[in-house]
Design a protein around this ligand. Structure first.
Ligand code: SF4
Length: 787
């Protein structure tokens, strides 16, 4: 089946949405009005219709980026013709962005993986044979003449389950894949964290006890440094961030080496040298400490190590004048911002951001930001950083067997794991890997090394919807269906207005694709008993237990099939009904969203304005206004950090200085609001919005080099090179270049993405920060030349 959704129809639908959405005043209580529809709880007045056929509507959650906005899919004659926002979800508040609308193209992309395949060519060549699901499972267990099966590998490795690596990208079904990993018994799990948010989560975690959200609805003053919300990810909370700037209630200070969309929408933009934000925060802190602008009562009650940190900042003379030389931000601006921030505190936010790790000092930067935030008392309080509440869910049955032969983990840093594997530094041999919805070829610095790792890995199983560059290196390819074709594990969304939401299957899986739950059911049916024989052969603990308790009882703990025996719908129902009752579970399935008292709390207030919780019921404060660390204090000084090769308190070190050798440029990378990493690179609808990535080069530098707009440029580093077109601009400094991540795939199976634009990770060096081994994305110097 091949269904094409034309751009014209896509745009038509969007226009219809805005017109009809604007006329929907009067639906004051959606719960009361849902009987009027034949859909899943969505009022007719806010839906659209694009065809003439009989239509049904199904609630779902978007998977075009990490935000998981709630949507309602309109299905006509079995075809998804429109995706509309579901207004019931507090997190997305009746918004579905351009990417969200383009989700239909993810479903109907002609290049999708359609059936299981096994490799018949050389690794990376992309030559596969179509097989049945049974044949694919058999190849995983028993191998082919091209690659060994897991039975042989585990037998040779004497049942060391850790000889298999499991890795995954972000997504709601990642949970199901991780359930398989736990049941399999490997200790090697890697996901996107060390290529993404690792330092911000951990920096805030150890300092204030958690990664809190910024209350952008109520903050009066916001510093947004290195977080490019208006350009990198346009979610509903992004919109909150900008609707009150420019004299409308909140002042926004943007600190960024580039003049971004965020800079354009801010009250003030400060161009900073890349990697020097820590010096900026330390200087802000210096002003607040020396001028005693901090909240003394809050600090006395909620800080550990305050005096040591104060002494450190002052004795190191982190003055604004000192910071000006490092950051390029004028000292007078630093004084002004520090004073203004504290004048508005606690309704002032140093925005934590949700970006990847940029520089080697990123962990310390996050610690300094969290401490600075605490100095104004803006933690766990309205207008500041808020932890919010998370609604409980019931448990799903799983198994986590202990395999005596499974060796311990080889670490949680993707880059370090890969490099140690290639250099033979692992204490045991990893020989196989399972990859779920993850494209390390594009997403991890130094693509050449990733290719080498995938070539050396003896058995690579890839579960994905699209034939990405990484899939090309697989031995067995298992086609997952897209998010519109599956029900995913129910999820609880914490925050000031917490809720539970569910992704329901909108249409049946196309071709021979399946949801992960079913893929794992089939795979575990195939491998569980043969692998049990291997465990019995090598595991002396198991042999003893069998003697004592019998084989049947012993095996029950090792039966990988158990977590997958029920359907996802049954599991979800149980997880909700066991806590909130059957009616809540039915409500969730029908409406897509549930939280206690939704029927009385939820109200439509205006054309596109909704109440989810009455103001008094919102969870601005859940911890008495205190941090959530075990000590309930903000931790300024953590001596144990020395063991992780880092300073106990945030300090500046000379090696953090921005120094670019003559003739070189610091390379910056980032995201784009119409593109989600390489995950949407082949989406033809989104390609209309951003055709390819261009490299930003300072206009005067470009002139000196004779580079004009659209000229083809080679960007090269010690790691590798890539090619893309030039965009000369005044919006970037002379020693810095920038291009958007996610382009430049090499897989010929991707019609639109193949060799389209440049791959940043072909050039970015595999530098990791010292604390968690997170990839430092902005530490690479490059050369550029016109080709
Ligand atoms: S922000 Fe856009 S792409 Fe992301 S989940 Fe929401 S609608 Fe989908």
């Amino acid at each position: 089946m091949q269904v094409e959704v034309s751009r014209r129809k896509f745009l038509q639908g969007s226009v219809a949405l805005s017109i009809v959405g604007g006329s929907s005043i009067g639906v004051t209580n959606l719960m009361a009005s849902h009987e009027k529809t034949k859909s899943h709880g969505v009022a007719e007045s806010i839906t659209t219709k694009t065809g003439t056929g009989e239509a049904i509507e199904v609630t779902t959650l978007c998977e075009m980026c990490v935000n998981k906005c709630a949507a309602v899919a309109r299905v006509e004659d079995g075809v998804v013709t429109k995706l509309n926002p579901n207004p019931l979800f507090p997190k997305s508040r009746n918004m579905l962005c351009a990417r969200g609308n383009a989700g239909i193209q993810a479903l109907y992309d002609p290049d999708r993986l359609k059936h299981p395949m096994i490799r018949i060519g050389e690794k990376g060549e992309g030559k596969f044979k179509r097989v049945s699901w049974e044949e694919a499972y058999d190849a995983i267990l028993n191998g082919t003449d091209k690659f060994p099966g897991m039975g042989k590998i585990l037998d040779e490795e004497k049942d060391n389950r850790s000889s298999f690596l499991f890795c995954a990208g972000e997504g709601m079904a990642e949970h199901t894949f991780k359930t398989f990993y736990s049941a399999f018994g490997s200790a090697n799990w890697l996901n996107h964290a060390s290529l993404c948010l690792k330092t911000v989560i951990s920096g805030y975690g150890v300092t204030i006890g958690g990664y809190a959200a910024a209350d952008m609805d109520n903050a009066e003053y916001v510093i947004m440094a290195g977080a490019n919300r208006a350009e990198a990810i346009v979610t509903p909370d992004t919109m909150d961030g900008f609707k009150r700037t420019k004299g409308r209630g909140a002042k926004l200070i943007c600190v960024d080496p580039r003049f971004t969309h965020t800079a354009a929408k801010s009250d003030k933009w400060l161009a900073i040298k890349p990697g020097t934000d820590l010096a900026f925060v330390l200087a802000l802190t210096y002003v607040v400490l020396t001028e005693e602008l901090y909240d003394k009562k809050y600090v006395a009650e909620n800080f550990n190590g305050f005096e040591e940190y104060k002494n450190s900042v002052i004795s190191n003379k982190y003055t604004p004048e000192w910071a000006e030389k490092i950051t390029d931000i004028k000292a007078k601006e630093i004084y002004k911002i520090a004073r203004e921030f504290m004048a508005h505190a606690p309704k002032a936010v140093y925005y934590p951001g949700r970006r990847s790790t940029f520089s080697n000092n990123d962990f310390q930067l996050r610690r300094a930001m969290a401490i600075f935030q605490g100095l104004g008392g803006g933690i766990d309080t309205k207008g500041g950083l808020v932890f919010g509440k998370k609604l409980k869910l019931g448990k799903h049955e799983g198994v986590e067997p202990m395999y005596a032969q499974a060796e311990s983990s080889l670490g949680s840093s993707w880059i370090n794991w890969r490099n140690d594997f290639l250099e033979g530094k692992h204490s045991y041999k990893a020989r196989g890997m399972f990859i779920y919805k993850h494209n390390p070829m594009l997403n991890m610095p130094n693509s050449a090394k990733t290719a080498e790792m995938l070539k050396k890995m003896e058995l690579v199983v890839s579960i994905d919807t699209m034939p990405s560059d990484t899939v090309m290196y697989a031995d067995v390819v298992l086609p997952e269906c897209t998010y519109l074709e599956r029900t995913d594990p129910v999820k609880t969304f914490g925050g000031v207005e917490p809720s539970i939401a569910q992704r329901n299957k909108v249409v049946d899986p196309m071709f021979e694709s399946k949801p992960v739950m079913e893929i794992m059911r089939g795979l575990t049916e195939k491998i569980t008993l043969p692998l049990w024989e291997i465990t019995k052969k090598y595991d002396e603990d198991v042999q003893e237990t069998i003697e004592e308790d019998g084989e049947k009882e012993t095996f029950a703990e090792f039966d990988m099939r158990i977590p997958f025996k029920h359907s996802q719908e049954e599991v979800n129902h149980h997880m909700v009904a066991s806590v909130y009752g059957d009616e809540a579970a039915h409500h969730l399935k029908e409406h897509g969203v549930y939280y206690p008292d939704i029927d009385t709390h939820y109200k439509q207030l205006g054309a596109n304005q909704f109440q989810y919780y009455p103001e008094k019921k919102k969870y601005y404060t859940v911890n008495g206004g205190k941090p959530k660390t075990p000590s309930k204090k903000i931790e300024c000084n953590i001596p144990n950090l020395k063991k992780r090769n880092t300073d106990p308190m945030p300090v500046w070190r000379d090696e953090y200085n921005y120094v670019i050798p003559e003739g070189k440029f610091r390379m910056l990378t980032g995201r784009h609001a119409q593109f989600t990493q390489s995950g949407t690179s082949n989406n033809a609808v989104l390609r209309d919005l951003i055709m390819e990535n261009y490299v930003w080069i300072n206009r005067r530098v470009a002139e000196e080099k004779g580079i004009k707009f659209g000229d083809m440029i080679e960007v090269s580093s010690a790691t590798g090179k890539t090619h893309l077109k030039a965009y000369p601009t005044e919006k970037i400094g002379p020693q810095t270049i920038f291009f958007v991540h996610g382009f430049g795939e090499e897989s010929e199976a991707l019609t639109w993405a193949y060799k389209n634009g440049g791959n940043d990770n072909a050039v970015i060096s595999d530098v990791t920060e010292p604390v968690y081994g997170a990839a430092s994305m902005h530490e690479t110097n490059v050369e550029i030349r016109k080709v």
